[in-house]
Ligand binder design. Structure first.
Ligand code: 6R9
Length: 653
């Protein structure tokens, strides 16, 4: 590196050389929903392409203009009117699909419900009537703090139906996190449950809502579903769902909303700052959610049984448990609980039981299943699967191969889907009937999406180089802003590169021009003037047979600027990395990626700090590596994890 260049100006080093590639199975390719021509069609006439996709939906009034682009503010399908809940439910019933199962719901204790589209329509209509009765109207915000039960979907669709804006908060978030989101959105109604089942126990939800609404008079009512039957405190503003909703008429006449009317707000926690309320609107969002769900999973709605094992409180649940699948009249599995209750084969048992054909889950889950062992999925019949997907983080090549072999029977394509809360829907992914999958690569921007990798100056990098992923053209499901804070929207996404949307992720183009996502740029390590991606070093560590999971961070170092510190979960559960293994792992990384990427220190940990969507919170590990007090842990799945790690590592206090 030239001395005159400040180190941070150099773009990401391209270290990994992965050469495996799996072509689409010929039968799937022959029958695929999307063929290779779609890319050309969309490139020739991008707006025309998206208009075609918008016609998947039922519009009460057609749009006048496809796109009104006043950078960085986009309006899609301007003048169009539609109702998202009608698109997800009523029109399927009207089209004779009322008897089709919308959801096979599986409660953690083993109770089940199958809900048809006709039943869902009745439930949504009742909830819409109840919400109207509680004084909720168009534009009002409704907070939803729920377990994974059918009423959660019903509450979302009821909001969409009456034009209220839903704001789902993860059922595991703390009182403070919920309170902050209630304040920012000024929600009028909270929908919750007494509790839900997790890890074999009834875990309470209502007490957190009670505490959060106690000093928040803006919340007028709390609508409570009885799920566990546990005792709850009760106040005047509380209303039971079974009283308020189930007594309502199943008739509700929906109103058509503007394509650009707000549909929902979803908060992203960010790293340190106040959470951002990402705003999504109706027409463009539903168009891209429906198209991508149909295209990326090759959905055949009449025959497929689809399962996305995400939480509805994550954007993945919004787009790929609720809006995408319902808009496509799919049959979806909805599971309440954790993968290890009552046994570690629960996911595979669910796939076998319902004959799931398409499964979608996060790399963090896949790595956990790898750790638990191949013999567990081997006990179940997974032959119904035909496409399997991954989302949330870069999937390590080893995890990809394990998933493909042990879950996909070495037969099904793996779709590694890259997107964000902000993008609303999948942006970069293989198409299962078109693309040869490479382990660890999200491959290509979908038809109609214009993505690129640029250097620090915003110049497109040649194939074989790394840099920053950007989106060059607006897309239908893009966020319309940050709730109440337009300046922050411009600063966060549009200020780094003139005229380009910057998602905040590092990426590279390989020699074929395929895209590899390399993690958040905030996490990139700077070692002796080289920017090194955490993803690549972690993938190299995980490819060693003794390592189950790994997270690496750059810690300040006098000599190299930053030194790589690796936190590893050992397969044998060891509490320390023995001296000879440290050497072996350093050499293993050196051989895979080059000597520059060798970790300076390796620490064994029992668990890694993760968000509820399974992302490793590297900033907390950086605090440990740099021996400072650990920062904000309020969005961790399990906030006690940092104490566990701290106990084990003497430097972690
Ligand atoms: C859908 C979702 C967004 C961030 C994103 C990126 C990471 C998600 C990924 C991936 C590599 C993938 N991410 N999918 N990185 N490969 N297939 O996760 O939304 O929770 O907002 O997170 O997640 O870093 O920028 P969200």
């Amino acid at each position: 590196m030239a001395d005159s260049t400040p180190p941070s100006q150099e773009t990401l080093s391209n270290l990994l050389h992965e050469t495996r590639s799996f072509p689409p199975p010929p039968e799937l390719a022959a029958e695929a929903n999307v063929k290779a021509e779609a890319y050309e069609r969309a490139a020739e006439d991008r707006l025309g392409f998206w208009e075609e996709q918008a016609r998947r939906l039922q519009w009460e009034h057609p749009w006048d203009t496809v796109l009104d682009w006043d950078p960085p503010y986009a309006k899609w399908f301007v003048g169009g009117k539609l109702n998202a809940s009608v698109n997800c439910v009523d029109r399927h019933v009207a089209n004779g699909l009322g008897e089709r199962v919308a959801y096979h719901w599986e409660g953690e204790p083993g109770d089940t419900r199958s809900i048809t589209y006709a039943e869902l329509k009745d439930m949504v209509s009742q909830a819409a009537n109840a919400m109207t009765g509680l004084g909720v109207g168009k534009g009002d915000r409704v907070a939803i703090y729920m377990p994974m039960i059918p009423e959660t979907v019903v509450a979302m669709l009821a909001c969409a139906r009456i034009g209220a804006v839903h704001m789902v908060v993860f059922g595991g978030f703390s009182v403070d996190a919920l309170g902050q989101r209630l304040d920012d959105s000024r929600a009028k109604l909270v929908v919750t449950a007494d509790g839900g089942y997790r890890r074999g126990k009834a875990s309470a939800l209502k007490p957190a809502v009670d505490a959060a609404v106690a000093d928040r008079p803006a919340v007028e009512n709390v609508l409570v579903v009885r799920r566990t039957g546990q005792d709850v405190e009760w106040t005047d503003r509380d209303v039971w769902w079974h009283d308020a909703v189930e007594s309502q008429s199943t008739e509700h006449t929906p109103e058509a909303h503007d394509a650009e009317d707000p549909l929902y707000i979803m908060y992203t926690s960010g790293t340190t700052a106040k959470p951002k309320g990402i705003l999504h609107t109706t027409g463009g969002y539903l168009t891209q959610a429906a198209y991508t769900h149909w295209a990326v999973f090759d959905l055949k709605a009449e025959t497929d049984v689809y399962w996305c094992a995400a939480d509805i409180g994550w954007v993945t649940g919004h787009s790929y448990i609720v809006y995408g699948p319902l808009a496509n009249a799919a049959t979806t599995v909805l599971y309440e609980g954790t993968p290890d209750t009552p046994h570690r084969g629960r996911f595979w048992e669910i796939i076998q039981k319902y004959g799931v054909t398409i499964a979608y889950m996060a790399p963090t889950a896949i790595r956990t299943f790898m750790k638990w062992g191949d013999d567990i999925p081997a006990e179940f019949d997974l032959s119904s699967l035909r496409v399997i997907g991954s989302v949330g983080e870069p999937i390590n090549p080893e995890a990809y191969i394990w998933y493909r072999e042990n879950i996909g029977g070495n037969r099904t394509p793996v779709v590694d889907t890259w997107w964000q809360t902000e993008t609303g829907a999948i942006m970069v992914s293989p198409l299962p009937g078109v693309t040869s999958g490479k382990p660890g690569a999200a491959m290509r921007a979908l038809p109609g999406i214009v993505a690129d990798v640029v250097d620090e100056a915003g110049r497109s990098v040649p194939d074989g180089d790394g840099g920053f992923i950007v989106i060059r053209e607006p897309w239908p499901a893009m966020l319309r802003g940050i709730w109440g804070d337009p300046q922050r929207y411009e600063d966060t996404y549009w200020s780094r590169f003139e005229g380009l949307y910057f998602p905040g992720d590092g990426a590279k183009k390989d020699e074929d021009g395929d895209l590899w996502l390399l993690g958040r740029v905030d996490d990139v390590m700077l070692v002796s003037g080289h920017n090194i991606s955490t993803t690549e070093v972690e993938s190299a560590l995980v490819s060693h047979p003794r390592v189950a999971e790994a997270a690496v961070v750059g810690a300040a170092d006098k000599v190299t600027g930053q030194a790589i510190v690796g936190f590893v979960i050992l397969r044998d559960g060891g509490e320390e990395v023995p001296e000879e293994l440290v050497k072996e792992l350093r050499n293993h990384v050196g051989t895979s990626l080059g000597p520059i990427a060798k970790p300076a220190r390796l620490l064994a940990v029992p668990e890694l700090p993760k968000t509820r969507s399974g992302k490793i919170m590297r900033r907390l590990l950086r605090d440990i590596a740099e021996e400072r007090a650990v920062g904000d842990t309020s969005t961790l799945t399990d906030s006690s994890i940092m104490d566990v790690i701290a106990k084990q590592l003497p430097s972690a206090r």
